[in-house]
Design a protein around this ligand. Structure first.
Ligand SMILES: C[S@@+](CC[C@H](N)C(=O)[O-])C[C@H]1O[C@@H](n2cnc3c(N)ncnc32)[C@H](O)[C@@H]1O
Length: 217
């Protein structure tokens, strides 16, 4: 998609100012993939925490073709498998960050678990699925299973924390099964294409930057 301009430093700085664990090059990859999604398709994010990835996706979509972001997180009190603590107060930070970034109008925040939202999904076909919720194997698998029936042909599927063994296992299995084609990676985020895999890969969105500290999610 040569018409997609790379993200600029101001946008990256804005996103990096939001609490979270995505590194610069990971943010750039999310933005570039979001920019490719047609306006008639949805960008679905599973797990938003305080909105670092949400703002990246929304800025990318706005720069690209204007797809709407559906950002899903129950914001229930929980401790992630890496020790990260999540809960109700994250939701207030999320809304504040979306507002500060000026992207609230492009994001539907859904405060429920991913599986419940997928079960009742009545939105557009999903052109980009970003999986960054519960990283335990059964949960990641359930997220992918729940959403795969809603994916548009050739949709992008991105997983964060591919360095975490449970996520790595799921990705490995689905690659072996031929369900996903790998298209690229940045840091711990890997980008796949579902279905026919016919779409060409994106150009490298940005030079690599130092990796972020290990995420607690
Ligand atoms: C690592 S954080 C997400 C970070 C965020 N994507 C970012 O890059 O800034 C993981 C989030 O997943 C959420 N989560 C846990 N279970 C979930 C589920 N079933 N559906 C959606 N989100 C879930 C947690 O509440 C937490 O906010």
């Amino acid at each position: 998609m040569s018409h997609v301009a790379p993200c600029n430093d101001a946008e990256l700085a804005l996103v990096l100012g939001i609490e979270g664990w995505l590194a610069r090059e990971e943010i750039a990859l999310l933005m570039a993939c979001a920019a490719r999604v047609p306006a008639a398709q949805a960008i679905v994010e599973v797990g938003n925490y305080r909105g670092r990835s949400t703002v990246a996706l929304a800025l990318g979509a706005r720069r690209g073709q204007g797809a709407r972001v559906y950002s899903i997180d129950p914001h229930a009190e929980c401790v992630g498998p890496r020790g990260g603590r999540f809960g109700h107060e994250d939701q207030a930070h999320l809304y504040a960050n979306l507002t500060r970034a000026g992207v609230g109008g492009g994001v539907n925040v859904v405060s429920l678990g991913s599986l419940a939202v997928a079960a009742g999904w009545a939105g557009p076909p999903v052109g980009l699925l970003f999986v960054d919720g519960d990283h335990r194997y059964a949960a990641v698998r359930a997220d992918l299973e729940a959403w795969k029936g809603h994916l548009a042909s050739g949709a992008a599927v991105l997983f964060d924390d591919c360095d975490f063994p449970d996520v790595a296992r799921l990705v490995r299995e689905r690659l072996t099964a031929g369900e996903l084609d790998e298209r690229g990676a940045a840091g711990k985020v890997r980008w796949f294409q579902a279905g026919d895999g016919a779409s060409p890969p994106l150009p490298a969105p940005l030079a690599t930057a130092p990796a972020a500290p290990a995420p607690p999610g």
